[in-house]
Design a protein around this ligand. Structure first.
Ligand SMILES: O=C(O)C1=C[C@@H](OP(=O)(O)O)[C@@H](O)[C@H](O)C1
Ligand SMILES: C=C(OP(=O)(O)O)C(=O)O
Length: 428
């Protein structure tokens, strides 16, 4: 796709699609509980469809009309052995969370994924799941897809996570729900807690104390309706665009504001973005609100430590923001970026330097020298949705055409991205 220079400002309102993490979890908990779960504002993206299709393949009736999903849960015992391989496409969240569930079910399953997913490490969940008694094998000594899971009885575990990962935490918590006895997971930094919030809403026996979550076996979750907040990780692209395109002002409605996800707002504030949050309320156990942002002169910042898991998926777009901020922005402690859909440190540095930014990769992040106008150029999205959207937003401030080799991956998390972008173009 070739994007022409953008003689517009951004103006208006967007309702960003439902949160990807929460949509996955609503399908999982709805499918293993008893009764009908209605999910509204579900993310109608490819990744979340992988989770729906996994449960359909295990016999769960799931009716999906656009972003409204009705799940007819029959409880854990209602799940049946899938007759074919479960294909998880590009979705790390589906894979890791489902490994937690599949390990504790009394049947065999096989999991495969696309090229990207087949390179992502799974031992981070498989090691603790094996400690709980799971039988899992796969390529590369059982670390890579395709994986085979012989589900069975699990025992509770007391585990301290070596990585800052909500997917690993959630896999163990979900396995803990099915395991005999008590499972305790301790994190080294707070990661997104949607699994814990939603388990509470579905009536699980779960307790939280600081960075430790304790879950007790309970096969009797009760269905409950879930209204999914707008995805702050999707909102981040337009928040950033409006911050750097002169004379812009946009409002993003009903965005999830769970504090474990709002690192991007803290960074925007630290960079002196002109940001206001209003209409804050709680829906389905999650905080949501409207965010209004106006363009302003941005300043560089440093991102490190415990904030990193609170903005991990936003780092590509934060790097673009930093190219337009006065001073040097340093991003550290973000080595997890190397095991996302692609090595996002390498991909971000490649795309932005091709467009003329002064950016350097480090072992655990990057260093970006602002404030540098961007040129046109030909870039690769590395088939990674967040890199493709970052490059598309970069084109809005580039002086010449930007050609992105492939933007199809955007449908993984934000199928209506270009439609929404076109809807907020205002005369310059
Ligand atoms: O739990 C989740 O829904 C997610 C957790 C994060 O991954 P990690 O757990 O690997 O950090 C994030 O990058 C991913 O987009 C979604
Ligand atoms: C890393 C991501 O997702 P996943 O791990 O589910 O593939 C993402 O959405 O940026």
């Amino acid at each position: 796709m070739t994007l022409k220079p953008f003689p517009y400002r951004l103006f208006g309102e967007i309702q960003v699609p439902g949160d990807k993490s929460i949509s996955h979890r609503a399908v999982i908990l709805g499918s293993i509980s008893k009764g009908v779960t209605r999910v509204t504002n579900f993310l109608d993206g490819e990744d979340c469809m992988r989770t729906i299709n996994a449960f359909r393949a295990m016999g769960v009736e799931i009716d999906k009309q656009g972003s409204t999903v009705k799940i007819n849960g029959k409880g854990i015992e209602g799940l049946q052995e899938p007759s074919d391989v479960l294909y998880f496409g590009n979705s790390g969240t589906t894979t890791r969370l489902m490994l937690g569930i599949l390990s504790g079910l009394p049947f065999f399953s096989n999991i495969s994924g696309d090229d990207s997913l087949s390179k992502r490490p799974m031992d981070r969940v498989i090691i603790p799941l094996k400690e709980m008694g799971a039988t899992i094998d796969g390529r590369n000594n059982g670390n890579l897809l395709p994986l085979a899971v012989r589900g069975g009885t699990l025992a509770g575990l007391d585990y301290t996570l070596p990585v800052k990962s909500a997917q690993v935490k959630s896999a163990i918590i979900l396995a803990g729900l099915l395991a005999e006895g008590v499972t305790r997971v301790t994190e080294i930094a707070q990661t997104r807690d949607h699994t814990e919030n939603m388990l509470e809403a579905f009536g699980a026996d779960i307790e939280r104390d600081g960075l430790t979550t304790t879950i007790t076996n309970n096969a009797n979750l009760q269905a409950t309706d879930v209204q999914v907040p707008g995805d702050i990780s999707s909102a981040a692209f337009f928040l950033s665009a409006a911050a750097i395109i002169p004379d812009s002002e946009i409002t993003l409605k009903n965005v999830g504001l769970n504090p474990t996800r709002t690192g991007i707002l803290d960074v925007l504030k630290a960079m002196k973005a002109n940001l206001e949050i209003s209409n804050i309320r709680t829906v389905s156990g999650e905080s949501i609100g409207d965010i209004t942002i106006k363009s302003s002169t941005l300043k560089a910042t440093t991102i490190e430590g415990d904030i990193v898991p609170r903005l991990i998926d936003e780092i590509p777009i934060i790097a673009l923001l930093a190219t337009q901020a006065e001073g040097v922005t340093v991003i550290k402690d973000a080595e997890e970026l190397k095991v996302k859909e692609t090595d996002r440190i390498e991909a971000v540095v490649d795309v932005l330097s091709t467009l003329g930014a002064r950016i350097k990769a480090t072992d655990d992040g990057m260093i970006i020298h602002g404030k540098k106008p961007l040129n046109g150029g030909q870039v690769s999205s590395y088939h990674d949705h967040r890199i493709a959207m970052m490059a598309a937003i970069a084109s809005l401030i580039a002086s010449n055409d930007v050609t992105i080799d492939d933007v199809d991956s955007i449908s993984v998390s934000y199928p209506s991205f270009f439609e929404h972008l076109n809807s907020i173009k205002g005369p310059a």
